[in-house]
Design a protein. Structure first.
Ligand code: ARG
Length: 574
């Protein structure tokens, strides 16, 4: 455009993917807004641009001759030989055309983060599944990733719990395994109820907290046992979901909290209001129009969730060895914590702990609702236990599978059934969560997530199985990339879809929306199924047969890679 119209300053080509396949691959609408300033008909402007394009060897190597459409749109179509060469280059490439970034600063993904002595709930499940996916994508792109479990393992809940247990189940404070997490949760509820009612209990609990924070050995031992107990229960869930996490709970930052408040004071940010240490937030005011404070030290001298998060930011951004030296920190929690994180990020920046190019990002997600659109509950109205939820998904997947085997008159051994049911059940739960835009609330439905059709894990897993079946029926999927020839529109549609992977992953890395990857994999499976239903593969003559088998292989590799980044392993048969 610049060559055609040297006088126009920074012309905008308005280049975008083509809105319809018949327009080619891309369209450039930038000729139209130039009509007025240049005083020329837009088609004439487009023709001048096209003339420059054709004369450019780099362009001509990639694209067919551009077409001018309508009032002056320029439609661009990639050369079939270029597309075929791209396919060929991906066939032997484990990264499938996704460029790696070189090193760079570590990225912290803070996710899962349940609370000790409390049940891990569906909110934590969402954080676990979404956080794991983002960590996998970032790792694949080549970033050093720190997966941190910011467990709630400190604070006033332990005062109540220890006081209560001393009276009703002292063995839990002295011996490992004396209670299981279910009991611990019940004890915690009782303790909380007593705390809310009984003043004497309140003051003993507070004394317990002081003892614990002061490092009293008996309290520390009791605390350690309670944490171990919860940790074992959490680990069972992580193992089932194949989640890697490094635990670095709130207690880790305890020795740094006073220094954080001192730093804030030194930076001139700390205001003592009603006995509490506060930082007043810029641009955030309450109902009365007064600026809202972030409380960092309570009037009794104690610290809170926000103080801990400030300490965590300071530590994560500080250079090693006294910190993580991170360049990006991602927090995956429910949307309800958005204002907490906005406040904490603002204070950390104003305190000077955050280099301007460092990204601090809250990745919020909506609530998990039942079929009825209300908060997910069991039939008896209790909160749903994660173990039960995963068990039910697997049981239902097994029932579906047994029904299908009977219908198809297939005979499979129990090990096969158990493996497929577990894989499909867990995949369904993960995929259902990842495939909706995380910001909206999401309706949990076993029926929907386990359906074999639609945007579901079973549908995608089935596409992989279908391709594995082609190999079993004699198709060589390990073939080479030589002499690929394509002629059918279904082949070109599949190729164009396959070549989108790198763009999609770059988007996920930037926007932190796993549903983008899910939509892509769903679209790819659909395009593949259309291709496979409409174009013969095994019965085709050469060279079409090997070329089509190459597309099958690349599709399977792309689905496996993509599902792997969602944390979902694939099956050869199901
Ligand atoms: N434990 C918190 C909860 O259960 C989540 C912690 C998230 N991470 C953080 N750095 N605040 O809601």
């Amino acid at each position: 455009m610049q060559r055609a119209f040297p006088d126009v300053v920074a012309p905008d080509p308005q280049l975008a993917p083509a809105s319809k396949p018949e327009f080619g691959d891309f369209q450039a609408n930038g000729a139209l807004p130039l009509a007025k300033p240049l005083g020329q008909p837009p088609r004439q402007i487009a023709a001048a641009i096209v003339a420059e394009l054709i004369a450019d060897p780099a362009f001509a190597a990639l694209f067919l001759e551009p077409m001018i459409a309508g009032p002056g749109f320029i439609n661009l179509t990639l050369r079939p030989a270029c597309l075929a060469a791209e396919v060929a280059s991906r066939l032997g490439d484990g990264r499938l055309g996704v460029p790696p970034v070189a090193g760079g600063l570590p990225v912290v993904v803070d996710f899962s983060s349940p609370n000790i002595a409390k049940e891990m709930h569906v909110g934590h499940l969402r954080s676990t599944i979404i956080g794991d996916c983002l960590a996998r994508v970032l790792t694949f792109r080549g970033h050093p990733v720190l997966r941190l479990n910011h467990v709630g393992d400190w604070g006033t809940q332990f005062g109540m719990l220890i006081t209560h247990l001393k009276q009703v189940a002292p063995e839990a404070l002295e011996t490992a395994d004396a209670v299981d997490l279910g009991d611990l949760v019940a004890f915690y509820r009782q303790a909380k109820a007593r705390f809310d009612e009984d003043e004497a209990f309140q003051s003993t609990s507070r004394e317990e907290v002081v003892k614990l924070q002061g490092g009293d050995p008996t309290s520390l031992k009791a605390w350690g046992l309670l944490c171990d107990q919860s940790r074992r229960e959490f680990q069972i869930i992580y193992d089932r979901l194949d989640i890697q996490l490094s635990e670095r709970g709130e207690s880790f930052y305890n020795p740094q909290l006073q220094a954080v408040v001192d730093d804030l004071r030194a930076a001139g940010l700390l205001v003592v209001d009603d006995g509490a240490g506060c930082v007043f937030l810029e641009g955030v005011s309450g109902k009365d129009g007064q600026p809202l404070p972030l409380i960092v030290q309570k009037s009794d001298g104690g610290f809170n969730y926000a103080t801990t998060d400030l300490a965590a930011i300071r530590y994560r951004l500080a250079a090693a060895p006294g910190g993580d030296g991170a360049g990006r920190v991602i927090y995956v929690t429910d949307a309800g914590q958005a204002s907490h994180f906005a406040a904490v990020f603002q204070v950390a920046r104003r305190a000077g702990w955050v280099q301007p190019e460092v990204q601090l990002q809250h990745v919020p997600f909506g609530l998990v609702q039942g079929d009825d659109g209300k908060k997910l509950k069991t039939r008896s109205g209790d909160t749903v236990r994660l173990k039960d939820l995963l068990d039910e998904a697997v049981e239902r997947a097994e029932a579906d599978l047994r029904r299908r085997l009977a219908d198809e008159d297939r005979d499979e051994d129990e090990a096969f059934i158990a493996h497929v049911a577990t894989t499909v059940g867990i995949a369904a739960v993960k995929y259902a969560d990842l495939s909706t835009n995380r910001i909206t609330n999401y309706q949990f439905s076993f029926d929907r997530m386990l359906a074999l059709s639609g945007n579901t894990a079973p549908y995608l897993l089935y596409a992989v199985v279908r391709i594995a079946g082609i190999a079993r029926k004699g198709g060589d999927l390990g073939g080479s990339a030589e002499a690929l020839t394509f002629n059918e529109p279904q082949e070109w549609a599949l190729i164009r879809e396959l070549l989108k992977l790198d763009t999609v992953l770059a988007e996920v890395e930037e926007e932190l929306l796993p549903n983008r990857l899910c939509s892509y994999l769903f679209e790819l499976s659909q395009v593949f199924n259309r291709f496979y239903d409409q174009v013969p593969v095994l019965k085709a003559d050469e060279p079409a047969r090997s070329s089509r088998l190459a597309l099958c292989r690349l599709t399977a590799d792309t689905l496996k890679l993509g599902l792997g980044l969602l944390g979902i392993p694939t099956l050869e048969r199901m």
